[in-house]
Design a protein around this ligand. Structure first.
Ligand SMILES: Nc1ncnc2c1ncn2[C@@H]1O[C@H](COP(=O)(O)OP(=O)(O)OP(=O)(O)O)[C@@H](O)[C@H]1O
Ligand SMILES: NC(=O)c1ccc[n+]([C@@H]2O[C@H](COP(=O)(O)O)[C@@H](O)[C@H]2O)c1
Ligand SMILES: [Zn+2]
Length: 271
């Protein structure tokens, strides 16, 4: 008989968060509902990891501000957190490496902090000794999954942006939760990719029925034009942007003549 205990899941979202929007926070809520609805998972934590300045995306303001805005945005959440490890690295860090880092940190937390996990681990050992479990997945106590929008999934096919082995590791070893975004057909994209199709059981596509077009690009544009962004962003983030005078025509020109870090790294490699 298979064990019935749920798999604990930590969701990790990597991105610019320039600035964090209500939609970024909604992604976590949508993903948690979807995973928990399956009856197989319990989502215990969400982590927002703003990318470092070395990513060199056009218009990317300093990580200290993006991290602070994410902190303000998540103050009201009991389970979504912000982690600045990635943003503090001098060089841009591949997402697979960021996932490995958080997998190591979170598995230590989940395994040592929670009493019922200890009980479960003991029970699992007992079941294993008895040789009674046939369902391999049910033996996992903890998983860390990458949470992203469908545009990031579709960016997997952009030349020189992602290493093939990183994609295979992300979907094969960890797993992906992908929120649909208008203009993207995530299901079709998975179907058309051999590696994604191979690991399709590790890819959860979450349909957002209340379609929401909020994007950080739209928010920055509105701010630059002096328009209101209230109710698109958490209120403390709106105030922080006003107080710190963030986002202007000038900041939008940051990195305008620089190549995005992954394109620089993989594009220059001779294969
Ligand atoms: N409206 C949305 N629907 C689904 N996913 C979203 C949405 N907005 C952002 N995301 C996801 O949030 C993560 C972080 O994205 P990012 O920081 O690039 O935000 P963004 O709004 O897409 O910003 P930008 O416009 O600067 O690209 C990515 O995985 C992205 O796909
Ligand atoms: N090869 C890679 O690991 C790779 C390539 C492109 C983007 N990314 C990540 O995806 C996220 C994309 O963010 P944006 O959608 O804001 O560009 C960032 O966290 C970035 O570091 C990773
Ligand atoms: Zn984006």
């Amino acid at each position: 008989m298979a064990l019935q205990e749920k798999i604990r899941v930590v969701l990790l979202a990597c991105g610019s968060f320039n600035p964090i929007t209500n939609m970024h926070l909604r992604m976590f809520e949508l993903a948690r509902d979807h995973l928990e609805d399956t009856g197989r998972y319990r989502v215990v934590k969400g982590i927002i990891s703003p990318v470092g300045d070395a990513y060199k995306k056009k218009g990317l303001i300093e990580a200290c501000h993006r991290v602070e805005m994410a902190r303000l945005a998540t103050e009201s959440s009991s389970w979504i957190t912000v982690d600045d490890w990635e943003s503090q690295q001098v060089d841009w860090v591949e997402t697979a490496k960021v996932i490995r880092h958080h997998h190591a940190v979170s598995s230590a937390e989940v395994n040592y902090d929670e009493v019922d996990t200890v009980k479960f681990t003991k029970k699992r050992r007992l079941e294993e000794t008895k040789g009674s479990s046939s369902d391999h997945n049910r033996l996992e106590t903890f998983q860390l999954k990458l949470l992203c929008g469908a545009d990031v999934l579709e960016s997997f096919s952009t030349p020189n942006l992602w290493k093939k082995e990183d994609i295979a590791e992300i979907v094969g070893r960890f797993g992906l939760v992908c929120i649909t975004r208008s203009g993207c057909d995530a299901e079709k994209f998975v179907y058309q990719s051999d590696v994604l199709h191979k690991y399709r059981k590790n890819i959860h596509i979450v349909k957002e029925w209340v379609t929401n077009e909020i994007s950080a690009t739209h928010v920055r544009r509105a701010i630059c034009r002096g328009q209101s962004v209230r109710y698109l962003l958490p209120e403390p983030v709106v105030h922080y942007i006003q107080d710190q005078h963030l986002y202007s025509a000038e900041s939008e020109q940051k990195n305008a003549d620089v190549i995005l870090a992954p394109l620089q790294r993989y594009g220059s490699a001779t294969e």
